[in-house]
Design a protein around this ligand. Structure first.
Ligand code: ATP
Ligand code: MG
Length: 497
C-alpha cells in the first residue's frame, strides 16, 4: 500500500526536541518553542470554538507580530489552509483576494479597522474575526490538532505581487515549505547559535519562509514589525543576529547607516533577493567584507531557488548563483535549450516549486509543463552554470531586432549622480519597431539636462539601448511590494500621446 508522504507537525516536533530554545524574539520578549507550541495549541482550540474546521481556508491580514506567528502555527495545527494577505493592499484588492481564494474566515486586527470596514460588504461569504476578540474566546476541550502534516496538503495560499498582471494565488504545500527550508540549509549550513532577523513581511514568502525555517531548524528569529536600518544594524552588531533577509533598498539603507563600521565575525549571511541587485551595491558590500548571498526566487518557488554561494560572491558578482540542492534549472529559447551565455526563459523544477495556481487551470497549464515551471523571467547561464537574471519576458523591448532589457538601462541611469531612480519602458517607432523610453526621478535639488543623461547612457550602452526619450517625473509607479510597475509607465506614455 502506498501511503502519502507525511511529517510530524513541525512545531510539536520542535517543541519535543528543543523545548527551551528561543523560537521568537519580539519587542524584547523571548518565546521558547515550548511556549510557542502551547500558545498555538490554545489558539487552535479557541478557533475551533467558533467553528473553524480542518480543510477550511482562512485568510489572514496581520502585521509582523508575535500574535501573527502564533496564529499561523495555530491554523496549521487546526488543519486550515492559510491565505496570506498583504496589508499594504487596498480594501478592493483585499476583497478580491479573499473572494478569489474562497476564504470562509478572515483573521485580522484593530490596526486594519478601516480596511475591514471597506471590505465587509464585498465579502458576505466570509466571517471576520479580529485577533482582539479571539483572545477572549473560550478554549474548547475539543482539539483538531494535526499530529502530522501531509506533504501534498496546501499549507498556504500566497498571491504573487502582481507586477506583470493580476496577482495569482500560489498554492504552497507543506512539502514545498519543507524542501525550501532544506535547500536553504544545505547551502548556508546551520549552527544552533544561528539567529535570523526578520524585518521583511511575513505575508511574503521571504518572511514566512524564515518562520518555517525557525521551527524546522530550531533557531531563534528576531521579528520586527517594520524595517529600520539602525535597528537591523544594532541586531547584527550587538544582539547575536547571524543571518538577515533583505531587498536591495533595505541593504542600501543599512550600508549608509553603517558608515565605515564593520559587521562582527559571527554575522554569516545577508540574503539579498526580491529583485535585481545593482552592481555598485554588491561592490560596496565586497569592499566592506559583508557576506552577501544574492538569491533569485519567487512566490511560486516558496522562497529562494537559486543562490550564489559565498566563495563565488566576488568572482561571480551580479550572478544569482546556482540552483539549490533539491532544484534544477534550465534556460529555454523557442522550446530548445539555450546555448551557454544565450539569454532565454528561466525554467525551474524541484520539490519546493508550486503545483499550481488556485482555481486557475489555464494559467497553471501555461506556467507548468512536464513538472517544469516557466518563470517568465529572462536570464542566461555562463560557461560554469551560474545564472544571471536579466529581466521579465513581458518587459522585453525589441529594437531593430535587438533585445533590450529595461533593467540594464535603469541600472546605468541610476549610476548617474543626479538620478535617484529610473524606470524604462518602450514606445513604438516607425524605424526600429520599439525604442526605450526612460522615466527619471532626479535627486531633490538636482536638475540634470536630458542631453547629459543621454550622453551618460551612450558611454555605457550600445546605441540601440540608449533611450530615445527621457521624461522627468516625481516618483515611479510601484506596487504594494514596492516593485516597479513598468506596465503603468507604458500607460503614462500612452496618456501623454
Ligand atoms: P507577478 O508574478 O504577479 O507579476 P511578481 O513576479 O513580482 O508578481 P513575486 O513572486 O513576489 O511576484 O516576485 C518574484 C519575481 O521577482 C521573480 O519572478 C523575478 O522577476 C523577480 N526577482 C526575484 N529575485 C530576483 C533577482 N535576484 N534578480 C532579478 N529579479 C528577481
Ligand atoms: Mg511572478
Amino acid at each position: 500500500m502506498i501511503t502519502e508522504e507525511r511529517l510530524p507537525n513541525w512545531l510539536k516536533k520542535r517543541a519535543e526536541l528543543t523545548p527551551e530554545r528561543v523560537a521568537v524574539e519580539f519587542e524584547d520578549r523571548l518565546y521558547t518553542f515550548r511556549e510557542l507550541d502551547e500558545l498555538a495549541e490554545e489558539n487552535a482550540r479557541k478557533l475551533a470554538s467558533v467553528g473553524l474546521r480542518p480543510g477550511d481556508a482562512c485568510a489572514v491580514l496581520l502585521r509582523n507580530h508575535i500574535d501573527s506567528v502564533i496564529m499561523i502555527h495555530a491554523l496549521f495545527n487546526a488543519g486550515i489552509t492559510i491565505v496570506m494577505l498583504n496589508g499594504r493592499l487596498t480594501a478592493r484588492e483585499l476583497g478580491w483576494q479573499i473572494t478569489d481564494s474562497e476564504s470562509k474566515w478572515l483573521i485580522s486586527e484593530e490596526f486594519f479597522s478601516s480596511k475591514l470596514e471597506g471590505i465587509a460588504t464585498d465579502i458576505p461569504q466570509t466571517e471576520i474575526l479580529r485577533k482582539e476578540k479571539i483572545r477572549s474566546l473560550p478554549v474548547t476541550a475539543e482539539s483538531y490538532s494535526q499530529a502530522e502534516f501531509l506533504l501534498s496538503d496546501a499549507a498556504t495560499i500566497m498571491y504573487t505581487s502582481g507586477t506583470s498582471g493580476k496577482p495569482k494565488g500560489v498554492i504552497q504545500t507543506f512539502g514545498n515549505h519543507w524542501w525550501s527550508a532544506m535547500g536553504s540549509v544545505l547551502n548556508l549550513g546551520l549552527s544552533e547559535e544561528d539567529c535570523w532577523f526578520c524585518a521583511v513581511p511575513i505575508f511574503h514568502i521571504s518572511g514566512l519562509s524564515i518562520l518555517m525555517r525557525s521551527v524546522i531548524y530550531g533557531i531563534r528569529v528576531v521579528l520586527a514589525e517594520k524595517f529600520d536600518e539602525k535597528v537591523a544594524n544594532e541586531m547584527i552588531m550587538d544582539r547575536g543576529v547571524t543571518v538577515i533577509s533583505v531587498v536591495s533598498a533595505m541593504l542600501n539603507r543599512m550600508l549608509l547607516s553603517l558608515g565605515e563600521q564593520r559587521y562582527p565575525e559571527h554575522f554569516r549571511c545577508m540574503l539579498l533577493g526580491g529583485g535585481p541587485a545593482p552592481k555598485h551595491l554588491l561592490q560596496e558590500c565586497t569592499r566592506k567584507q559583508i557576506p552577501v548571498y544574492q538569491t533569485y526566487g519567487m512566490t511560486e518557488t516558496s522562497s529562494q531557488i537559486v543562490t550564489l554561494a559565498p566563495e563565488y560572491s566576488i568572482k561571480k558578482i551580479g550572478s544569482a548563483g546556482k540552483p539549490l540542492f533539491p532544484s534544477q534549472l534550465k534556460i529555454e529559447v523557442d522550446g530548445r535549450a539555450a546555448l551557454k551565455g544565450e539569454p532565454g526563459e528561466i525554467v525551474v523544477s524541484g520539490p519546493n516549486v508550486t503545483k499550481g495556481y488556485l482555481n486557475r487551470e489555464e494559467e497553471t497549464k501555461r506556467a507548468i509543463k512536464n513538472g517544469w515551471l516557466y518563470t517568465g523571467d529572462i536570464g542566461y547561464l555562463d560557461s560554469e552554470g551560474f545564472l544571471y537574471v536579466m529581466d521579465r519576458r513581458s518587459d522585453l523591448i525589441i529594437s531593430g531586432g535587438e533585445n533590450v532589457y529595461p533593467a540594464e538601462i535603469e541600472s546605468v541611469l541610476s549610476l548617474h549622480p543626479a538620478v535617484f531612480e529610473a524606470g524604462v519602458t518602450s514606445k513604438s517607432d516607425r524605424m526600429w519597431g520599439q525604442v526605450p523610453v526612460a522615466f527619471v526621478v532626479p535627486f531633490p535639488n538636482s536638475q540634470p539636462a536630458k542631453a547629459e543623461l543621454i550622453d551618460f547612457c551612450k558611454e555605457q550602452l550600445a546605441s540601440y539601448k540608449v533611450p530615445g526619450e527621457i521624461i522627468f517625473c516625481d516618483s515611479l509607479p510601484r506596487n504594494s511590494s514596492n516593485k516597479l510597475l513598468r506596465r503603468e509607465l507604458k500607460q503614462w506614455l500612452e496618456e501623454r500621446g
